[in-house]
Write a protein that binds this ligand. Structure first.
Ligand SMILES: Nc1ncnc2c1ncn2[C@@H]1O[C@H](COP(=O)(O)OP(=O)(O)O)[C@@H](O)[C@H]1O
Ligand SMILES: [Mg+2]
Length: 331
């Protein structure tokens, strides 16, 4: 039994008296114990859920990366292919040029160099020097471009794989993020989508750039998937007051009124298994909320959809980073 004892002093004039009350509070004590236990359980569950959500975020990120990996591999394979073939041709050209230089050297060393003119002319013709001298700079430029493209794709992939959660938010160039994200999903879009860009001037925005890239990637993939045969995706950026915004509009199928309220719900999808997980927009929502921003949508069935991501340029003081001269974008 649990007893609660209360002691009282006597009223005015009888202050020397003491009163005591005894109550049996066993039931209450048991209830309190139970409540405490429930509370502990809830807290444990909460921690488990938070952990599970983290895992979910990570696995959705991995899944969308996986989906894109095939496309990216193709995208890298193509330039590597022609750089390789160009190197073969360049090797041949180098052989021809060396032979020609040798010819010139021999001519110079001859007693009467002028008499070697015909030989040299013949060599130039046989080795197709005119063609080589035209083709060679082109091959080099093309190869350089190919290597640069591969480097760019690898850089963009690095931006994505960076977890970034434990890093502080840094002032970042959103437009650069949009461009590199577009570069990554381009393989999925290029055959059916025309891109329009209306970029305004954006200040650097304090954020986890890799997470914002993930938001943009999800929106771009959704926009591409909403377009059946051919269509347009317009990208626009701008800033007002202390906010920066990016809109991604597509000329796709649109979202019916009754679905519009559910699209940010985890696991809400209208896509066949394997194509949609229903997690993309839920993740966008939580990332943007974490950045104290908002994500707005307007849509007309049959006409298209616009998503607008609005982010504060600076995070509220408690989560922000030092005001140091951090004017360098993440990367
Ligand atoms: N740009 C868009 N156009 C039309 N419908 C969209 C668009 N973006 C999202 N949706 C709708 O919202 C749903 C949820 O999107 P999302 O959370 O990214 O999951 P998923 O793409 O895996 O289905 C989609 O299944 C689709 O019905
Ligand atoms: Mg999606």
């Amino acid at each position: 039994m649990v007893l609660e004892v209360k002691l009282y002093s006597g009223p005015e004039g009888r202050a020397d008296r003491r009163f005591a009350t005894f109550s049996d509070v066993s039931a209450r004590s048991v209830r309190e114990g139970e409540l405490q236990q429930r509370h502990d359980e809830l807290q444990r569950t909460y921690r488990r859920l938070a952990g599970a959500q983290e895992q979910l975020l990570q696995s959705e990120k991995m899944a969308s990366i996986g989906q894109l990996a095939a496309g990216v591999a193709h995208e890298i394979n193509n330039p590597i292919g022609y750089v390789h073939s160009n190197l073969g041709t360049l090797q041949e050209y180098t052989g021809a040029l060396m032979a020609l230089i040798e010819g010139y050297a021999n001519a110079l060393a001859a007693d009467d160099p002028a008499s070697a003119r015909e030989t040299i002319r013949g060599m130039r013709e046989r080795l197709d020097f005119d063609f080589i001298s035209g083709d060679l700079p082109q091959l080099l430029a093309e190869s350089r471009e190919g290597i640069e493209r591969v480097t760019k794709i690898v850089q963009d992939l690095k931006d994505f794989s960076r977890v970034g959660r434990d890093e502080p938010m840094r002032p970042s160039d959103l437009e650069r993020g949009l461009e590199s994200t577009l570069n990554i999903v381009w393989n999925d879009l290029k055959y059916k989508v025309r891109i329009e860009k209306h970029y305004g001037t954006l200040p650097l925005v304090e954020c986890h750039a890799s997470e914002i890239n993930q938001v943009l990637m999800n929106l771009l993939i959704n926009a591409g998937q909403a377009i059946g045969e051919r269509g347009t995706i317009s990208l626009a950026t701008g800033s007002e007051d202390d906010e920066a915004w990016i809109t991604i509009s597509d000329s796709g199928c649109g979202i019916p009124e009754e679905a519009l309220q559910k699209i940010f719900d985890p696991f809400f999808t209208t896509k066949p298994i394997g194509r949609g997980t229903g997690l993309g927009l839920a993740i966008c929502y939580s990332i943007v909320a974490k950045h104290h921003g908002r994500i707005e949508v307007s849509s007309r069935v049959g006409a298209g959809t616009t998503f607008r991501v609005v982010l504060p340029v600076r995070q509220p003081a408690s989560v922000g980073v030092s005001d140091a001269p951090a004017a360098t974008p993440e990367g």
